[in-house]
Design a binder for this molecule. Structure first.
Ligand code: PLP
Length: 457
């Protein structure tokens, strides 16, 4: 199918401004060479994250006016609940302020001290919440996920042999649950196939282990199944979404991605009433009363509308093809990227682009800094900096991948912006030998990438 332009037109604009190269250098020094610490007004095109950065539709904005701000039993809650029930076929719906709020509440009920949580590849807050609850996060993604040139269509898949042998070796009683992240963010927004989800669920049932989805990008995952997996080309997205979730027992979701809102999250439980009740009592002191969970009525209203818009096929066609466009332009500039291109971001392989920088000197982070100075674009490292140190040895530089993530917010930038991003990286790649690694000047102990400070070597 030829590529359609944006399936929306612009009704309101937000000006952005490119400050001078000298100013950009100065701003980055002030930010301790950590683009996370830049002020957004000093950023021209912000590809830090697709989380909570999307543009809402006119229907969502008008939904804000319909929000019911009752403390308990809000009409907006029931609207959200029905929307989510229809989408997932799960029974129990609890709103939260965002995905990590869902993790905090649900994981405290599911994990006993010392148990492992088996995932394809856990997201960073997910890993942190598993550890905070005394659990051990284990990543069991297929080995192809670590090879950025391998063209496997579902690089977010579990290695089901590894999954089953891990359970047999450690005993099912030592596994809290299996966490299926769709799409697999930390592996590059790579999808998980229906066949793989089915196989994981079969193993889980055999050993009586619950399956929980980390469903932040459920619609993008369903789109990849439709486009790439045999037997799904003629199925609509909603049907595929329901089938995926049928293989699980519950989900946590950040509404800030495929919910198409700026804040919000969900815990959804298929049928375990006891677990639902435990969550509803746990959530009160953490997030709020279970019919608002840290959200306003209008937030819940906008999330419900967003969840209906994100499964529209025209939206998904454009969304995914815009991400592919950036990837293809970069390939034309001979920039090594992770392939196939994922759902929400393009990942530049900094290990290949900057082979002269050691992993412990964070090549992808160095590239993010240089890209900002070059063009005012903000991207983020997904590599050894994010991965952290080994708990026991304290060793650094352990990630198998060193990636610069260029994440595309939903419905925010046009193809012209995408073109500028590709050209800027192309320019930078020609000067790659001049780029040096970075050292810490301050290193926090947990989730260090958010607040660490650096100096170039
Ligand atoms: C964003 C994200 C989360 C956490 O959600 P927040 O809304 O940012 O708290 C969890 N898992 C995945 C896969 C995510 O992408």
């Amino acid at each position: 199918m030829s590529r359609l332009p944006e399936p929306y037109k612009i009704k309101m604009i937000e000006p952005i401004r490119l400050i001078s190269r000298e100013e950009r250098k100065q701003k980055l020094i002030e930010a301790g060479y950590n683009p996370f610490l830049l002020k957004s007004e000093d950023v021209y095109i912000d590809l830090l994250t697709d989380s909570g950065t999307g543009a809402m539709s006119d229907r969502q904005w008008s939904g804000l006016m319909l929000g019911d701000e009752s403390y308990a039993g809000s009409r907006s809650f029931y609207y959200l609940k029905e929307t989510v029930q229809q989408l997932t076929d799960y029974q129990y719906v609890i709103p939260t302020h965002q995905g990590r709020g869902s993790e905090q509440v649900l994981f405290s009920q599911l994990i006993k001290q010392g148990q492992a949580v088996l995932g394809n590849m856990h997201f960073d807050t997910t890993k942190a919440h598993i550890e905070l609850n005394g659990g051990t996060p284990v990543n069991l993604v297929i080995s192809q996920a670590y090879d950025t040139s391998n063209q496997h269509p579902f690089k977010g898949n579990f290695d089901t042999n590894k999954l089953e042998s891990y359970i047999q070796q450690h005993g099912e009683e030592n596994i809290a649950f299996i966490n299926v992240t769709i799409t697999c963010n930390s592996a590059g927004g790579q999808p998980v196939s229906m066949e793989n989800i089915k196989a994981v669920s079969k193993i889980a049932n055999k050993y009586h282990i619950p399956v929980i989805f980390d469903a932040a990008r459920f619609a993008e995952n369903a789109y990849f199944i439709k486009m790439r997996e045999d037997g799904y080309k003629d199925k609509d997205i909603r049907t595929i979404v329901r089938e995926m979730f049928a293989y699980g027992d519950g989900l946590t979701m950040s509404g800030k991605k495929d919910g198409l809102v700026n804040i919000g999250g969900l815990i959804v439980i298929k049928e375990d009433e006891k677990l639902f009740q435990q969550c509803t009592s746990t959530i009160v002191p953490l997030e709020g009363f279970p019919t608002y969970g840290g959200l306003t009525g209008r937030d819940m209203q906008a999330l419900a509308v967003g969840l209906n818009e994100v499964v529209e096929i025209d939206y998904l066609h454009h969304r995914i093809s815009q991400v592919q466009l950036l990837g293809k332009l970069l390939v034309n500039y001979d920039i090594p990227i992770q392939e196939p291109i994922g759902g929400h971001a393009v990942f530049v392989d900094a290990k290949k682009l900057l082979p002269h920088i050691e992993p412990s000197e964070f090549p992808a982070h160095a590239l993010a800094c240089e890209l900002y100075i070059e063009s005012g674009i903000r991207g983020v490292e997904i590599g050894s900096l994010l991965f952290g140190r080994d708990n026991k040895s304290g060793k650094d530089g352990l990630s198998k991948l060193e990636l610069l993530r260029l994440t595309i917010p939903r419905r925010v930038y046009t193809d012209n912006h995408i073109q500028y991003v590709a050209e800027s990286l192309g320019k930078l790649a020609r000067k790659r030998s001049q780029i040096t690694g970075v050292n810490f000047t301050y290193e926090p102990t947990i989730l260090r990438h958010f607040t660490a400070r650096f100096k170039p070597i």
